[in-house]
Write a protein that binds this ligand. Structure first.
Ligand SMILES: Cc1cc2nc3c(=O)[nH]c(=O)nc-3n(C[C@H](O)[C@H](O)[C@H](O)COP(=O)(O)OP(=O)(O)OC[C@H]3O[C@@H](n4cnc5c(N)ncnc54)[C@H](O)[C@@H]3O)c2cc1C
Length: 385
């Protein structure tokens, strides 16, 4: 059976997140975008609302929500500001592998404190020379008694300057490529951990993105989340769960742009009538509405599969690729509808366009998403007829 109606609980979550976006995120979004500063106050409030730990089971102090439930929340937060939403989201990206693959001891040691006390986590996969192809990573780990010795620099780390915990992927043997990668939980207070200055980005400027360095960091063996042969698989498995949450962020950004553009088109008079009465503008608006709805449905399906424990790599990649492209197209068209005003800092549509661009790049680029989709298509041997 297919149902399109939210449960009363999902409606409550949506309302709560919408209120948070309106009252807490929107009033400060433009300032943090302009200054490129991190909204620490907003993050603390988000923690109190449980937005930083939505998928953590209740027994460890989290919200115990599903992926779809969290997507409903995420659309609202991202509609307020994608940079702030991604700062909230990234803790889930870093925590989820602990929920999915952690030992009981790791869940007790890391999930409980992350939920009970305001803290943030970061996901450290990328490096300066390692993006779409993590198998060539340079960060190394080697066993030294009861510890792993961690060395290397991670790049583009969201919340890098503020995280209390880093989920770090490193190689035990670069020759082994994917098979050599392990995953460690690294508290930021360990000696030898440091981070760079915030990177001055085009968009999502409220999010804090830095390099994170690990210099002879001694990580207890008990903090190993995934050993050789497992680290890469687990990194990718976690992305299948979190990609719908980024894709729905794109839906939130696009929705904001569409709402602004629609309102403006009804007010702006040219050739004696509101521009909304010109069919060319109506077509732009109609394409926005249909694409946003299609993107949302792709996200819901990929999230629904994730909640049922069904492998959703292809659906998550479709949702992420499609929604990110929709956000880019819709925000660009929103700028077009605003005309010259859209190209200024006086109106928020230019921010939405800058924010949208990053979604086509992180959590797997637009091209990598298509490779994942095509790979599965080419593997499938079933035929309908
Ligand atoms: C704002 C922001 C936040 C980020 N946050 C994090 C984070 O928290 N943690 C983290 O680990 N990383 C993070 N990243 C890094 C992000 O995941 C990478 O930028 C992304 O994976 C792409 O890697 P790259 O930049 O090295 O590009 P590259 O991999 O060098 O790719 C460059 C171009 O080549 C294309 N390309 C590469 N390989 C192929 C191929 N086989 N076929 C076709 N095209 C290809 C890509 O699609 C892209 O267009 C963040 C990035 C940004 C911009």
């Amino acid at each position: 059976m297919i149902g399109f109606e939210f449960t009363p609980e999902q409606k409550r979550l949506q309302e709560k997140a919408r209120r948070f976006a309106k009252e807490v995120i929107l009033p400060v979004a433009a300032r943090h975008d302009r200054d490129g500063t991190f909204p620490l106050d907003v993050m603390k409030k988000a923690h109190r609302e449980g937005f930083l730990t939505p998928l953590v089971p209740k027994e460890y102090g989290g919200q115990g929500l599903g992926v779809l439930d969290n997507c409903i929340i995420a659309e609202e937060l991202a509609a307020g500001c994608m940079g702030i939403y991604v700062s909230i989201f990234v803790s889930t990206l870093a925590i989820y592998p602990i929920i999915q693959f952690g030992t009981e001891d790791q869940k007790e040691r890391f999930l409980k404190p992350i939920c009970s006390k305001f803290s943030m986590a970061s996901y450290c996969l990328s490096e300066v020379t390692v993006g779409s192809d993590p198998s060539s990573m340079k960060t190394t780990a080697s066993l030294d008694g009861d510890h792993y010795l961690l060395n290397g620099t991670k790049m583009w780390i969201t919340n890098g300057g503020y995280a209390d915990y880093y989920l770090v992927f490193a190689t035990m043997d670069p020759q082994k490529r994917h098979q050599g990668i392990i995953c460690l939980i690294v508290p930021s207070h360990l000696e030898g951990v440091s981070h760079g200055e915030p990177i001055d980005k085009m968009g999502q400027r409220a999010s804090n993105t830095t390099a994170v360095r690990f210099n002879q960091v001694r990580v207890p063996k008990d903090n190993l989340l995934a050993g050789e042969g497992e680290g890469f698989k687990k990194a990718m498995a976690a992305l299948d769960i979190t990609r719908p949450m980024i894709a729905i962020g794109a839906v939130g950004v696009a929705r904001s742009a569409m709402e602004l553009a629609t309102r403006y088109a009804k007010k702006r008079i040219q050739f004696g009538v509101p521009i909304a009465e010109h069919q060319a503008i109506q077509f732009l608006l109609a394409d926005m509405a249909k694409d946003i709805e299609a993107a949302r449905l792709l996200v819901y399906k990929s999230a629904w599969l994730a909640d049922r424990g069904v492998k959703n790599s292809q659906e998550a990649a479709m949702a992420k690729a499609f929604a990110a492209d929709v956000a880019m197209r819709v925000t660009t068209d929103a700028v077009q509808i605003y005309g010259g005003l859209g190209y200024t800092k006086w109106h928020p549509v230019e921010k939405l366009m800058r924010d949208a661009k990053a979604i086509q790049i992180y959590e797997g680029t637009a091209q990598i998403m298509r490779l994942i989709i095509a790979r599965q298509m080419l593997q499938e041997v079933e035929r309908t007829f």
